[in-house]
Write a protein that binds this ligand. Structure first.
Ligand code: HEC
Length: 105
């Protein structure tokens, strides 16, 4: 019986991991739009931070601010947004078009 429970738990974990991977939500492997939606979009485009999409902000500027923070914006550590994710994110933001659903200050 104990074995069955352990097996069921293991299967549930594997299923959750598979689902997360399918959604691109495994930390370190998340697509830039997922990182933006889950982290940056919490403030940017929601009246908390300035609009950053569609402004062709330089990639290095985006990375620098995201890593070090600025005034009301927190810094994001490599454990939160990995270096690969940060590179892809900054490039995606820099090249993005404006999203008309966003509201900014
Ligand atoms: C908790 C809210 C919050 C989150 C989350 C957040 N920011 Fe910000 N961000 C701000 C605020 C507020 C400012 C304005 C800072 C200032 O006063 O200069 C800002 C400024 C910026 C700027 C400068 C914009 C400009 O007009 O010069 C960039 C670039 C930026 N954020 C990128 C990001 C990225 C990339 C992420 C996600 C990894 C992120 N931010 C997550 C609140 C946030």
């Amino acid at each position: 019986m104990k074995r069955m429970i352990a097996l069921a738990a293991a299967m549930e974990l594997a299923t959750a991991a598979y689902a997360a991977q399918k959604l691109g939500e495994v930390p370190g492997e998340r697509a830039p739009e997922i990182v933006y939606a889950k982290i940056c979009g919490y403030c940017h485009g929601r009246n908390v931070g300035p609009i950053i999409l569609g402004r062709q902000l330089p990639v290095e500027t985006i990375k620098d601010i995201a890593r070090h923070g600025r005034n009301g914006m927190p810094a994001f550590r490599p454990t939160e947004v990995t270096p690969d994710e940060m590179d892809a994110l900054a490039q995606w933001i820099s090249a993005s078009k404006a999203n008309e659903k966003e509201h900014g200050k």
